[in-house]
Write a protein that binds this ligand. Structure first.
Ligand SMILES: Cc1cc2nc3c(=O)[nH]c(=O)nc-3n(C[C@H](O)[C@H](O)[C@H](O)COP(=O)(O)OP(=O)(O)OC[C@H]3O[C@@H](n4cnc5c(N)ncnc54)[C@H](O)[C@@H]3O)c2cc1C
Length: 323
């Protein structure tokens, strides 16, 4: 089952979801070839893929391929997959991967296994475990198509360094068909510099209605800073206009699986749990000892956020040196 992994450049390397996808691909490849595809990456960025065991990368180079809209990018990824005879295409289930995967699947007449939390080695086709019913149940699914596209939930597939050498790189020149897919044009990309995105953060500190108002979110931001974490929010506070929607965690927000999730003044409604219950460690701070969030928490503090956070944050900052 040869595999194509979608790689996303980020800083001097690639996004963590890309390394996770490489490790996942190698774990199911069973000796079959695994290649990566990346758009306009530098040699330094591509070299980091080798550290996780990838030996071959197709680089789509050229300014015309930067900041491509999803319709064109997916056409190129599908073309690359066909050109190397890939039976599986793996992408991280972050915003880019979620956007591209269905489009790639349509182009390849492939089955789509979305938001997988586990992949299973199977000689003939890809099998995966994925959540259904907003995370209340897990199903094991098997693709019945010749080619399968799968997205991997971030942070659940541990990226394992193999210390490998830089992969061999070949330039992939898409056909004019891919370049001419009718689409919009991206004219400007604005980045939230310095702000960690909840869907990719290793630690998230989220605040809910228990914070009483937007003016008290400095308590959440302070704790997040001391931990090097991203700030998240419940829907109640997003709907109230206290926080932007990009921070919303849950069924109608983002699905996250950080190493640690700290829920402050959040009740733990089922729709919130749907977005964060696969976090590795859950810490809850709530003044109601019967709040449902405690049923999923590994550690809990029954207390008032206005008393707990001003004491907790400096204590953590003293250890981490971040304030
Ligand atoms: C279709 C649908 C989709 C939804 N999608 C989402 C979603 O994506 N994400 C999401 O979050 N919700 C979602 N919701 C809403 C969800 O049902 C809850 O209403 C919401 O999560 C509640 O937010 P909250 O926990 O901040 O507020 P509340 O439920 O009001 O809880 C506030 C908590 O703060 C505690 N508290 C109060 N004061 C303090 C204090 N001083 N110190 C410590 N604790 C304190 C209280 O004990 C309480 O547990 C959805 C609902 C529907 C119907």
């Amino acid at each position: 089952m040869s595999i194509l992994v979608f790689l996303e450049p980020h800083g001097d390397g690639l996004k963590r979801t890309s390394y996770e996808a490489i490790t996942a691909a190698l774990s199911i490849a069973d000796g079959a070839p695994v290649a990566g595809i990346v758009f306009n990456a530098s040699a330094q960025q591509i070299a980091t893929a080798g550290e996780y065991g990838l030996t071959r990368v197709l680089n789509v180079a050229g300014d015309q391929w930067s900041a491509l809209p999803n319709a064109q990018m997916s056409a190129v990824v599908a073309e690359a997959a066909s050109s190397i005879g890939a039976k599986v295409v793996l992408l991280g289930a972050n915003s880019t991967g979620k956007n591209l995967a269905p489009r790639v699947a349509v182009r390849l007449s492939a089955g789509l296994l979305a938001d997988c939390v586990e992949l299973h080695n199977s000689a003939s086709s890809l099998e995966a475990t994925r959540p259904v019913y907003a995370g209340k149940a897990l199903v094991r699914v098997k693709a019945t198509t010749a080619v399968t596209v799968a997205t991997l939930r971030p942070n659940l597939f541990t990226a394992k360094s193999t210390g490998g050498a830089a992969p061999s790189v070949s330039e992939f020149a898409p056909s004019s068909d891919a370049a001419s897919v009718p689409s919009m044009r991206v004219t400007n990309v604005m980045r939230n510099e310095g702000q960690l995105d909840v869907s990719e953060a290793d630690i998230i500190v989220s605040g809910g209605r228990g914070l009483k108002g937007p003016e008290h979110f400095n308590l959440i931001e302070g704790l997040a800073k001391s931990l090097g974490a991203a700030v998240g929010a419940s829907r109640a506070v997003v709907d109230a206009g206290w926080r932007p929607h990009r921070e919303q965690v849950g069924q109608t927000g983002k699905t996250v699986s950080p190493t640690m999730y700290v829920a402050c003044g959040i009740s733990g409604a089922v729709q919130h749990l749907a977005g964060m219950s696969s976090s590795k460690i859950i810490v809850a701070i709530n003044k109601d000892k019967d709040a449902p969030i405690f049923s999923v928490a590994d550690y809990g503090i029954v207390g008032d956020v206005f008393e707990v956070l001003p004491r907790l944050t400096p204590a953590i900052a003293a250890v981490t040196g971040k304030s």
